[in-house]
Design a protein around this ligand. Structure first.
Ligand code: ASP
Length: 189
């Protein structure tokens, strides 16, 4: 929802209503409740056959938040990040994802510690758990084409395609992986 100046009264109304609900997002010591946790996030990371990496995150946001809240998804380095080493996209409790710069941390582990994408996701999640009890799901791809996935919450649906090309974009072989976290199965070859 966006607000123009004319909508300021409505914003005040909503804020009053929000306070009356007594369920503020930041109220329970920064921990998420059941109601807060649902979202329609779609994250995507890719490496194409020319070596170009990309990352993107689309979010439905979270429930019980103040009007005007900006989560981690559009913040580069927090919910989304990409450079020449890899790309990463996050879903989960945005405030903590911002505090921990989770997407940037994942890619730094690839760049500076020479982790592959899976090791980087695992390490970043471990570090996150040390300072947050809230949910976090992550996907990443590294410049070698390895992908990594991980989650500390309940459910996350995933799909990945790995392909061998002739270097000009012609796909010689491909594997499609999909499933729900935890674990991805190779379904089709
Ligand atoms: N991370 C998002 C937010 O906090 C929610 C999500 O899409 O997982 O706004």
């Amino acid at each position: 929802k966006t607000y123009s100046k004319i909508d300021i009264k409505q914003l005040e109304e909503e804020f009053r209503f929000f306070k009356l609900m007594k369920k503020p997002d930041f109220g329970n010591n920064g921990e998420e409740s059941e109601e807060d946790s649902g979202s329609d996030t779609v994250g995507s990371v890719a490496l194409d056959y020319t070596g170009i990496l990309s990352a993107g995150t689309s979010t439905g946001g979270r429930g019980n938040c103040l009007p005007g809240r900006i989560g981690d998804s559009p913040i580069i380095g927090a919910g989304t990040y990409c450079n020449f080493s890899g790309g990463a996209s996050m879903t989960g409790f945005g405030e903590d994802v911002i505090r921990n710069c989770c997407a940037k941390r994942t890619i730094d582990l690839i760049k500076f510690n020479e982790f592959n994408a899976q090791l980087a996701v695992d390490r970043m999640l471990k570090e996150f758990k040390e300072c947050s009890k809230n949910s976090l799901g992550a996907i990443a791809v590294d410049f070698r084409g390895n992908f990594g996935v991980g989650m500390n919450g309940n459910s996350m649906n995933l799909a990945a395609v790995t392909a061998l090309t002739n270097g000009k974009g012609l796909v010689l072989d491909k594997e499609i992986h999909y499933g729900s976290y935890k674990g991805m199965e190779i379904i089709e070859k």
